[in-house]
Design a protein around this ligand. Structure first.
Ligand SMILES: [Zn+2]
Length: 237
């Protein structure tokens, strides 16, 4: 499994793209969240963007799914024919269809690829493109589902914006890598019971005002898992 941090920025950061992760294996690829600015950032890092198999939406805040119209319409312009699945909480099909109508009315009807939807719920396993996905609810201002993505022996936990719950801690346990909000707040000095949950852990997205120091994704990605170089945004699990 290869995990590329497409973005690590918070909702309205003027420099860093919205938090989004591209997960790839020999069998396929999935994008975790696609906010306002993540779609463009995805095009900047993906080697084969038209081969993307799925987009997982952790919750329906704009910085996690309002990039979908850009991603979809650009794929149409470039002649995509491969089916694409959007995964998300109940209502995902209606919400994405409505968003597309507002952004580019009539565009979906002209797509030459099949846009599919998969509803995600805690306790239900979803298999897509060689990945196995499981979900658990975190705590956020709107319903938010954390996801565990597995491929072979590799596993990734992604919280979206959800803060930890017993269910998300259980989901994260033993993962090869986690990008988690407040599981280990900022410096890795999280709650004692969270320490040791996962071997590699990346803090939540950066704040918009990180204070002095270089504006790059400090600690996440990079230092947490130890395997990539200091400037790398890619983890190989
Ligand atoms: Zn949110």
């Amino acid at each position: 499994m290869r995990v590329t941090f497409v973005g690590v920025g918070e909702a309205f950061d003027e420099t860093l793209a919205n938090t989004s992760l591209l997960v790839e294996s020999d069998a396929g690829s999935i994008l975790l969240d696609c906010g306002f600015t993540a779609a463009s950032a995805f095009r900047g890092v993906a080697e084969r963007p038209l081969e993307l198999d799925g987009v997982y939406l952790s919750h329906f805040h704009g910085d996690h799914w309002f990039g979908l119209p850009a991603l979809l319409v650009r794929s149409m312009e470039e002649g995509r024919t491969r089916p694409l699945t959007v995964l998300g909480q109940p209502g995902v099909a209606q919400k994405v269809t409505a968003l597309m109508e507002m952004a580019y009315g009539g565009a979906l009807a002209k797509a030459k690829f099949d846009l599919r939807f998969t509803q995600c719920e805690p306790g239900r396993t979803v298999d897509l493109a060689g990945f196995r996905l499981n979900f658990a609810p975190g705590t956020h201002s709107v319903p938010c589902l954390a996801v565990r993505v597995e491929s072979g022996d590799a596993s990734l936990f992604y919280s979206g914006d959800g803060t930890p719950t017993d269910a998300t801690r259980a989901l994260a346990k033993g993962c090869s890598l986690a990008r988690a909000r407040d599981l280990f707040p900022g410096t890795g000095q999280g709650e004692p019971r969270d320490r040791g949950l996962v071997p590699g852990l990346c803090p939540r997205h950066r704040g918009r005002d990180p204070g002095p120091g270089p504006r790059r994704p400090a600690g996440a990605p990079g230092a947490a898992a130890g395997n990539p170089g200091p400037d790398s945004t890619i983890f190989r699990l």
